[in-house]
Design a protein around this ligand. Structure first.
Ligand code: GMT
Length: 376
């Protein structure tokens, strides 16, 4: 069955926007008609794609409004697109504001469009604690036809914090395997001045405080005392200055290469021996999956969905939040044992291409759309 699907997400850089955009692209390749409705063009929609349309939400500011009403403009735009394009499904990413906007848009359009909402984390793990918002999140979830969350942990937390009377299905994140695979990018080692004997550890994030990038620096500081290594920091965000200052104070600034935002991550993963994600909140950790698809073992914290992505002792290690000594010990143990590292690397690749394969996840979403169409 070929469907007309509207997708609303945060279009700027971030895991949820990446997953929503890649989902739209893959569904379009399967013959579905996809309509992105968002404030700007999702950053991964960087060329013409067959079957994909983009509808921009314009927010005009009038002096009568203290704040420009983005949510209302979005709801109004979604209603217009639902009506004109006769959409079957609205797949919105994040309960607030997007699910709530979709519900309003459905009422405005008078059409029978079905609403599928995917929870990505921050709306639950941060906003879910705010009593002024939790009822709105609950409303958004309960009024959706089908709701998904990106890990079992997020689904469980949603039930604990919001108690919606609604089943929430886990649908894991995925990556496009055509973009994430091991490539020959050894030239980058020369470009970054990485010596032959040095191991490469990578961290990729938006440098928000929840990512605990300072723990990454502390763990690397301990590890590099035991073995020659460089740390690649990829991304940008509020903590960058403090993190780089810490590296300087510890006297390891020469070994910490801050690369900022980068597009071609597969090339960077391909020269990396290990990825660290030591967050205090993380509903999935898409960067772990990206790295695994390039054969990179992972060390992550025992937080949120991370232990569902990393198999402890097989594709990487799980350490307690803040236990930088343990992270360093595990990293050195793995990086100084080529046989163990090869085994972990192969297992990571294997897990990425089975458990989280895009074909599997795509079929799960297609089945969910059919299920949504069957609801009253
Ligand atoms: O991690 C972030 O700060 C960005 C955030 C987002 O909205 O894109 O990521 C969330 O969604 C991703 C895609 O499902 C997940 O991989 C991230 O784990 C999740 N972030 C958090 O839960 C903090």
């Amino acid at each position: 069955m070929k469907l007309k699907i509207g997708i609303t997400c945060y279009p700027t850089v971030g895991g949820s926007g990446v997953v929503a955009t890649e989902l739209g692209k893959m569904l379009a390749e399967k013959g579905h008609e996809i309509h992105f409705i968002s404030s700007s063009l999702p950053f991964r929609l960087n060329k013409m794609y067959h079957n994909i349309y983009y509808h921009q939400v314009e927010v005009n500011s009038y002096s009568v409004f203290q704040y420009p009403p983005y949510d209302l403009a979005l709801a109004s735009k979604i209603a217009e697109v639902v009506k004109r394009e006769k959409l079957d499904i609205l797949h919105v990413h994040y309960a607030i504001p997007h699910a709530v906007c979709a519900i309003l848009a459905k009422q405005m359009s008078g059409n029978k469009v079905k609403i599928v909402t995917t929870l990505h984390g921050t709306d639950i793990t941060v906003l879910g604690h705010d009593p002024s918002l939790s009822n709105l999140i609950k409303f958004g979830i309960e009024q959706s036809d089908v709701v998904t969350g990106v890990s079992n942990s997020l689904v469980q937390q949603t039930h604990e914090l919001i108690s919606p009377e609604k089943e929430i299905k886990t649908v894991y994140n995925f990556i496009d395997e055509r973009d994430y695979h091991k490539t020959n990018s050894e030239y980058l080692r020369d470009e970054y001045g990485i010596q032959d004997e040095e191991k490469v550890i990578i961290h990729v994030s938006n440098f928000r405080s929840v990512k605990r990038v300072k723990d990454v620096i502390q763990a690397f500081f301990l590890a590099q005392k035991k073995m020659p290594a460089k740390l690649l920091l990829v991304g940008d965000g509020p903590e960058v200055t403090t993190v780089l200052k810490l590296a300087k104070d510890l006297g390891i600034e020469e070994k910490v290469l801050f690369l900022g935002k980068q597009d071609n991550l597969a090339e960077l993963y391909s020269i990396s021996d290990l990825i660290l994600l030591l967050s205090e909140k993380e509903s999935f950790g898409l960067v772990l999956l990206e790295a695994m698809a390039c054969g990179v073992p992972c060390i992550g914290t025992n937080v949120g969905g991370i232990p569902e992505v990393i198999v402890d002792g097989k594709t990487g290690y799980i350490c307690e939040l803040g236990d930088v000594e343990m992270v360093a010990e595990k990293a050195v143990g793995l990086l100084s044992n080529p046989i163990l590292h090869k085994r972990f690397s192969e297992a990571a690749l294997e897990r990425a291409s089975t458990e989280f394969h895009s074909d599997t996840i795509m079929s799960e979403y297609e089945a969910i759309y059919v299920q949504a169409l069957e609801t009253n």
